[in-house]
Design a protein around this ligand. Structure first.
Ligand code: ACO
Length: 333
């Protein structure tokens, strides 16, 4: 096949990883002034997974998820020529998480870089990876979305800490002769003017004036939940509608709408307004919380392994996150 000339892109393998430790709402009740009832009613979350050893984190979860995706694909790591890790919780900014993950799984000297788009990171990354394969430059790309949010949470901030968990999802994408396979439609957007609604300051002077009266912990996530909620609840519905309009697909032609798990109310509002069948809009936030860049890949892997999506299906990925960022991706599997 001529590199890049009219190729398709196959999702050759899928994998995910979550830490073993379960943090329930009852556990949070002991740590802060909150209740299971408040959390479930406002977010749909009952429990989440968190890392509980210093040796665990974004790096280890990413390695585990990518190894599983390679195993699912029946491929060796040295067949990859690029590794992308979407994360906002990398242990270090240099080296990238991707470079260490690539070395750990055995993909060296594959190219490697991290992609920062918060909760939209996995969807951004599969969009970028699909385009890179189609450009002819890469044949096999490992994409990981991973965030160990518990490592950047201030558990003194009850309006935020109850939302998040840790997870990684991964796919291995390969060039394919079947041009029908791969990304049929993609969007990626950002509006940095709204960055203050979700940010992680590294230095005191990065804390915006609007937060100067609040107790902000350096290195921890800060969120204006109500603002994000209002933005996301409208945007998620619009993004799905736009994807359907622009691809000409109707909901019955989509096997699963795989949404970032930010808050069950955001997902259900989009689902109900668009009249989508509940069994086509996967929800696992009850058990895993919001794992930022990990969530969409985790959902995809669970659906894949449960046989709820299969080769030949069309799926729609959609996510909204810090930046603010938002992205959609429609794939023929
Ligand atoms: N337990 C009990 N009470 C609480 C808690 C808690 N954990 N947290 C806040 N409250 C109280 C507040 O103090 C407030 O009390 P007051 O009215 O006496 O002042 C009241 O509950 C309402 O607080 P709000 O923050 O306005 O609550 P809201 O209904 O907006 O729910 C939530 C908060 C769940 C965070 C919601 O805004 C939300 O889900 N936002 C979207 C968040 C999101 O999706 N973030 C991620 C997107 S980007 C990404 O994924 C990285």
């Amino acid at each position: 096949m001529t590199p890049g000339a009219g190729c398709g892109v196959r999702i050759a393998g899928v994998g995910s990883a979550v830490p073993a430790r379960v943090l329930t709402n009852a556990d949070l009740e002991k740590m802060m002034d909150t209740s299971d009832e408040w959390i479930v009613q406002r977010t749909g979350i009952h429990e989440r997974r968190i890392v509980d050893q210093p040796t665990q984190g974004t790096f280890t979860l990413s390695c585990d998820a990518l190894s599983r995706a390679l195993e699912d694909a029946g491929m060796k790591a040295n067949e990859l020529d690029l590794v992308i890790v979407a994360t906002v919780t990398g242990e270090m900014t240099c080296p990238s998480v991707a470079a260490r993950v690539s070395a750990e799984v055995g993909a060296t000297p594959a190219a490697a870089f991290d992609l920062v788009a918060a909760c939209s990171g996995f969807v951004y990354s599969i969009n970028v990876a699909d385009s890179l394969v189609r450009s002819g430059r890469f044949d096999a790309i490992g994409v990981v979305g991973c965030d160990a949010m518990s490592t950047v949470i201030d558990y003194g901030d009850r309006s935020l800490s109850i939302l998040f968990g840790d997870a990684a999802g991964a796919v291995v994408l390969t060039r394919d002769e079947d041009q029908a396979l791969g990304c049929l439609y993609q969007t990626m957007f950002a509006d940095g003017s709204n960055w203050e609604s979700l940010y992680m300051p590294r230095r005191e002077y990065e804390i915006p004036q609007s937060d100067s009266e609040n107790a902000i912990r350096i290195g921890c996530l800060r969120m204006r939940g109500r603002e994000i909620y209002k933005f996301a609840v409208v945007k998620m519905r619009q993004m799905i509608q736009n994807a359907l309009d622009e691809t000409g697909l109707c909901p019955s032609q989509i096997s699963q709408f795989i949404c970032h798990q930010s808050n069950v109310r955001i997902i259900e509002a989009a689902r109900d307004k668009l009249g989508l069948p509940p069994d086509k809009v996967y929800i696992n936030i009850d058990k895993y919380g919001n794992s930022s860049a990990g969530s969409v890949g985790l959902c995809f892997d669970q659906l894949w392994r449960a046989g709820k999506i299969k080769r030949g299906d069309t799926v729609l990925f959609v996510a909204i996150g810090g930046g603010l960022t938002w992205a959609t991706s429609v794939w023929k599997l």
